[in-house]
Design a protein around this ligand. Sequence first.
Ligand code: SAH
Length: 246
Amino acid sequence: MKNLLRGMQLATAFSLTTLAWSCAGTSATQKSFEQLRHAMVDEQVLRRGVEDPRVLDALRKVPRHLFVPAHLQRLAYEDHPLPIGLGQTISQPYIVALMTELARVKPNDTVLEIGTGSGYQAAVLSVLAKRIFTIEYLAELGESARQRLRELGYSNVEVRIGDGFRGWPERQPFGAILVTAASQEVPQPLIEQLRAGGRLVIPVGGQSEAQTLQVIEKDASGAVSRRNVIPVRFVPLVRPRDGVRK
Ligand code: SAH
């Protein structure tokens, strides 16, 4: 009996130790995710010339590892895109940073994103602007992004399942629009839904050809100008006529 009790105590002590270890492990992991995130901003973003302090701050805050599949969390802060399921990807951190800087989002802005994917870009925008509307074509991705954003407390983001090519007319005009999938042409409805002084940031080009990140700006008189920024590679912006609704 005594031996049995001692055995139980030992077992309890052991499991408590294990528990203590696993708790310590969790906080160490959290800490290292934060360190990885700060290093990502310094080495991949700042070093390549994205300097807007508000953008850098937002990237330091948003836990990117919680926007990728669990088995890829350790890779979340590396210098490349990652798969998020259904053939789609979360963009490379630098590209998210660059597009966000180019959009020059202000605290009072209403922003539209096309291509919600994981919800990461929307979360970054939500730190910087008043309201974010984001549209995802694939229901499964859109619904899990909506849930993730809600659980993480990004309460100023609204996710719609649908075709982003047409924009979100009921919520226009937008101070900035970011399209995170490549389009052969710049969707006319998106230009129309920009407010005067607003910017549309979009990768333009097909799947098998070079794509270029473009910034389209509407001035106070409504005149539109376009400039090319850098060559990029994005998944395609799907059109309903392509017949690939899943
Ligand atoms: N911004 C995302 C990554 C986007 S990947 C993130 O931060 O994780 C591009 C996304 O665009 C994919 O999820 C794809 O399903 C979506 N997409 C493609 N065509 C679309 C369309 N016409 N309307 C809305 N979303 C579209």
